[in-house]
Design a protein around this ligand. Structure first.
Ligand code: HEC
Ligand code: HEC
Ligand code: HEC
Ligand code: HEC
Ligand code: HEC
Length: 483
């Protein structure tokens, strides 16, 4: 199912007009200079991270890429998994589009406009390589580039030149001539059928994901999304290939009923990558392509795929652990002091990660007396979805040139605060309040760790009155009684 094609076409034309008329830079030069975001030491690079010019804007004619439905004819299961994934909606995702549109309208000056010019590179990488999102307004996007992040992009990546900011070198076949070219992937022993295949070490490692999941600001160079960097510096990257847990090990082993996180098993998924009739071989493990994250909570209902929503919940509910550290005894009238520990047990990076200036993870802590009457609360969300000011929130706050907080990536110049939970790490929060002299003991304390992809006010600001209610997931909780 496609999210409203017609408004999208109008919107595209609008973007092309704005960008086409206002940006006078040489985009090719900017692309070369801005990507990669950073480079790995030589000894840590997979064979196909190389030093060479990346594929620039408009270098690939649009007809080179095959639409995913063609690959899906033989790779049926993988196609079904990918079809409703966030990658399949990276350009049409309502939150992305709203922020993108706002940026196009509000970005001021050369630097900020350059930033807006880079969004396409990860959110529609084929739109970038074909130059379609920058061409004359009369050129509609080709069928292939409308598919956002799809099979023939990822599997035509021959090499990258480092980490972050989309440093891709792509080598597709030629769909116009029905030539599939060579598809790169994890296998070394594929039969040649519709296409040639080639083993790619890059595709089997986090560095492949890290080419997009690590973003720095094209103007200020501020690191805005650092999922790969967080992973690289964290405990899941042991430096030993035998014990390292890559992004794929958690994210491409997940399937319904198998959350596949750091705190759950990550079993193999035996089966066929391509149907047996077309030459597929039965294999001990096939990497799944659901790519589920918090955004699937919002996309799930739109796509009417409740299963994906459930899978996103599965991830969140296996990402963290909450523990209450309370006094052994307390008397009415005394100061009650307790701590809440939040531990990241399941994610290979900080929680939250990625778009952390927008995501919200917080503690909802309540204390009730012996009758169940609430005597203390922190972290409530009111009926309009507004999270109370004094809550402990795990996220990042960007600052602009004037030193004010902002969620607008294009005007961000620095990070005001970054408070999140590192992989296999903890944060401990302190709570204290004075018990009324007539309070009835024992007390019951409850702490819940909650998550949503964006605060409700921001959804309202970006999406207007029609904004959906952003779903909240309870990730973990703990309770304790104090006598
Ligand atoms: C975001 C990039 C991305 C997209 C989009 C993508 N793949 Fe993959 N695919 C990968 C990676 C990475 C691997 C290998 C993972 C590993 O080895 O750790 C892979 C593995 C495969 C394999 C080998 C079998 C397996 O799954 O283990 C096939 C076949 C495949 N993909 C086909 C497809 C098809 C068909 C589509 C579109 C419907 C698609 N891929 C979309 C990244 C992608
Ligand atoms: C006519 C059927 C057919 C079509 C169409 C097809 N493939 Fe394949 N593909 C196969 C078969 C068969 C294999 C081998 C599977 C195996 O060895 O288990 C394969 C293997 C692959 C692999 C694994 C390569 C490796 O070395 O790990 C990738 C990636 C892949 N295909 C991607 C694609 C993409 C992308 C498209 C669309 C542009 C596509 N395929 C279209 C039949 C097809
Ligand atoms: C071509 C760039 C690109 C590559 C390569 C890529 N991603 Fe993504 N990924 C994105 C973008 C852009 C989004 C956000 C889509 C949206 O707007 O909702 C995303 C979304 C996701 C999400 C969902 C996030 C959410 O909040 O719901 C997960 C999980 C994910 N990617 C994992 C991976 C993994 C694992 C790999 C490597 C195998 C990978 N990605 C490779 C660009 C990429
Ligand atoms: C040890 C398992 C594990 C590894 C390794 C891992 N992740 Fe995750 N990832 C998770 C879990 C669990 C979540 C759910 C918690 C969350 O949404 O923050 C998650 C969430 C995400 C999200 C969604 C964040 C959001 O906004 O909801 C993205 C994007 C993502 N991972 C990308 C990656 C990339 C890229 C890598 C490799 C650099 C990676 N992950 C490595 C377990 C892992
Ligand atoms: C280098 C790659 C890259 C570039 C460039 C990039 N993004 Fe993203 N973007 C991502 C990835 C990866 C994610 C997924 C992270 C996550 O879910 O935590 C993402 C997620 C998002 C989301 C969240 C979508 C959702 O529904 O949750 C928004 C909004 C967004 N990007 C806006 C932008 C804008 C606006 C620009 C241009 C100023 C931009 N991005 C440029 C890689 C990129």
């Amino acid at each position: 199912m496609r999210l409203t094609r017609f408004p999208c076409l109008l919107f595209t034309i609008y973007c092309l007009l704005v960008l086409g008329l206002e940006t006078q830079n040489d985009p090719g030069a900017i692309a070369q200079e801005w990507a990669p975001s950073w480079q790995l030491p030589q000894r840590d690079r997979p064979a196909n991270i190389i030093e060479a010019p990346i594929t620039g804007r408009g270098e690939m004619p649009e007809g080179r890429f095959f639409p995913p439905i063609i690959c899906g004819a033989c790779h049926t299961d993988i196609f079904q998994q990918w079809k409703g994934s966030t990658h399949a909606y990276a350009w049409y995702d309502p939150l992305f589009r709203a922020l993108y549109q706002k940026g196009l309208q509000e970005a001021q000056g050369e630097q900020q406009r350059v930033v807006m010019d880079t969004c396409v590179r990860c959110h529609s990488p084929v739109g970038f390589t074909t130059g379609e999102w920058k061409a004359t307004p009369s050129t509609p996007g080709s069928e292939a580039s409308k598919e956002n992040i799809f099979c023939d992009f990822c599997h035509s990546v021959k090499a990258t030149t480092g980490i972050g900011n989309a440093p891709f070198i792509v080598d597709p076949g030629d769909a116009v001539k029905m030539d599939f070219g060579t598809k790169r992937g994890p296998f070394k022993d594929c039969p040649t059928t519709a296409h040639k295949t080639e083993y790619s070490e890059l595709h089997t490692r986090s560095e492949f994901c890290g080419s997009c999941h690590d973003v720095s600001h094209a103007g200020s160079r501020l690191a805005v999304e650092q999922t790969y960097t967080e992973w690289r510096l964290g405990p899941y990257n042991t430096g030993n290939p035998a014990t390292t847990t890559h992004c794929q090990d958690c994210h491409m082993r997940q399937r319904p009923g198998v959350p596949s996180t750091g705190s759950t098993e990550r079993p193999d998924n035996p089966g066929f990558a391509a149907k047996k009739e077309v030459g597929g071989i039965e294999r001990p493990h096939i990497w799944t392509h659901y790519f589920v994250g918090g955004t699937s909570l919002i996309l799930g209902p739109i796509l009417q795929e409740p299963e994906r929503q459930k899978m996103a919940e599965d991830r969140l509910k296996n990402a963290a652990r909450v523990e209450l550290i309370t006094p052994t005894a307390i008397k009415p009238g005394e100061l009650l002091r307790f701590r809440v520990m939040v531990e990241n047990v399941g994610a290979g990076h900080y929680i939250p990660t990625g778009l952390t200036e927008v995501r919200q993870m917080w503690l909802d802590v309540a204390v009730a007396d012996a009758d169940g009457k609430e005597v203390y609360r922190s972290g409530t969300v009111d009926e309009r979805g507004h999270l109370e000011e004094d809550a402990v929130v795990y996220h990042t706050i960007f600052g602009n040139e004037k030193g004010q907080p902002t969620y607008k990536i294009w005007e961000a110049t620095h990070i005001i605060s970054d408070y999140r939970v590192p992989p296999k790490g903890q944060r401990v929060e302190k709570y204290a309040f004075l018990l009324p002299p007539d309070i009835k003991l024992p007390l019951k304390i409850k702490a819940v760790l909650r998550y949503r992809s964006a605060p409700q006010w921001l959804a309202g600001e970006l999406l207007g009155d029609g904004a959906p209610t952003i779903p909240i997931v309870d990730m973990a909780e703990a309770t304790a009684a104090v006598q």
